[in-house]
Design a protein around this ligand. Structure first.
Ligand SMILES: Cc1cc2nc3c(=O)[nH]c(=O)nc-3n(C[C@H](O)[C@H](O)[C@H](O)COP(=O)(O)OP(=O)(O)OC[C@H]3O[C@@H](n4cnc5c(N)ncnc54)[C@H](O)[C@@H]3O)c2cc1C
Ligand SMILES: NC(=O)c1ccc[n+]([C@@H]2O[C@H](COP(=O)([O-])OP(=O)(O)OC[C@H]3O[C@@H](n4cnc5c(N)ncnc54)[C@H](OP(=O)(O)O)[C@@H]3O)[C@@H](O)[C@H]2O)c1
Length: 248
């Protein structure tokens, strides 16, 4: 076994839909920061196939949780979806990634914009104390194709109950009509103001920090809309307001 991996065990595989599942894993890779990603691996034809997956679990929890979609004809994700409690899995030894609050400058509002499984790192962050201590408002935006993909409702309802005036949750469903979710896509809703109207919060340079995660096309298109509003990419040498992670 390559020294980059440790042996670990699946403790639960929760299927939300035919293609979406959450894996809980037991092992010991030491510390990570909410918002980071680890690696999951399986032996395929005598070789460990590994891919990065964001932690949905928070550092204080005693298991690791990952939220994944079966990518059609994908090499690893359909295999991960079939795992059951007790199955062996490889865990990458080290966590990585910069979509973390320690990289985010202070602001009034923290926007977390996600598509699909890109909601994962934001759930990890929201399970910790830090966002509630640092920001007046935390706005979680989750864009999916169908309402059944608006997963993690029990956790999201808990966050709403715990932080009633500080937390806003804005779901988008793009491919069917719903009563409660916004229709369409995130970038268009930034452009025409419906996202801010729904959240009851304005996006403005200096006031807002925006984190984006998931589909790279959403990340690119939303970033363009935010740049038109004067926000800039957050870099260590030149702090700004936009922080991103692409899943492919
Ligand atoms: C930093 C980072 C963190 C990631 N975290 C997650 C995570 O928390 N959850 C998760 O589901 N995926 C995540 N991914 C994607 C994941 O690593 C794999 O790429 C994905 O599971 C597909 O692997 P595969 O071997 O099945 O497909 P492959 O055979 O490697 O095929 C890859 C192709 O699948 C598509 N694809 C990859 N990821 C996705 C996705 N999430 N949704 C839709 N299409 C995709 C793209 O077209 C990509 O080119 C992350 C990727 C990165 C770079
Ligand atoms: N979700 C499914 O039912 C399903 C089924 C089979 C296969 N898959 C495969 O699984 C992968 C991931 O599916 P997914 O549903 O998580 O992800 P997805 O295709 O990224 O869709 C998630 C959300 O992102 C939106 N989106 C797509 N491009 C965008 C852009 N440029 N700007 C803003 N928003 C954008 C989608 O809107 P639009 O609806 O307008 O595109 C949708 O609301 C894909 O490779 C897909 O082929 C998914």
């Amino acid at each position: 076994m390559s020294s980059n991996w440790i042996d670990a065990k699946v403790i639960e595989n929760t299927h939300w839909t035919d293609t979406l599942y959450s894996l809980k894993v037991e092992g010991d890779i030491g510390d990570y920061e909410a918002g980071q990603f680890g690696r999951l691996g399986l032996m395929v034809d005598d070789e460990i196939i590994g891919r990065p997956y964001s932690f949905v679990s928070a550092p204080h929890e005693d298991f690791y949780e990952f939220y994944s979609i079966d990518v059609e004809e994908g090499l690893l994700s359909p295999r991960l979806g079939e795992l059951k409690a007790g199955d062996h899995i490889y865990l990458g030894k080290k966590a990585n990634g910069f979509l973390v609050l320690s990289e985010i400058p202070d602001a009034d509002d923290l926007w977390m914009l996600s598509t699909g499984t890109g909601i994962g790192p934001f759930l990890s962050i929201l399970k910790t104390e830090l966002p509630w201590q640092r920001f007046k408002k935390c706005i979680l935006v989750h864009a999916v194709r169908t309402a059944s993909e608006l997963t993690y409702q029990p956790l999201i309802n808990n966050l709403s109950a715990q932080h009633p005036s500080q937390f806003e949750y804005v779901p988008f469903v793009s491919r069917e009509k719903t009563q409660h979710a916004l229709p369409g896509r995130i970038p268009a809703a930034i452009k025409n103001g419906t996202l801010e109207d729904r959240a009851g919060v304005k996006i403005a340079d200096g006031k807002s920090q925006v984190m984006l995660c998931g589909n790279p096309d959403m990340v690119k298109d939303a970033r363009e809309m935010l740049e038109q509003r004067g926000l800039t990419k957050n870099l260590r040498r030149t702090p700004g307001s936009i922080s991103t992670e692409n899943y492919w």
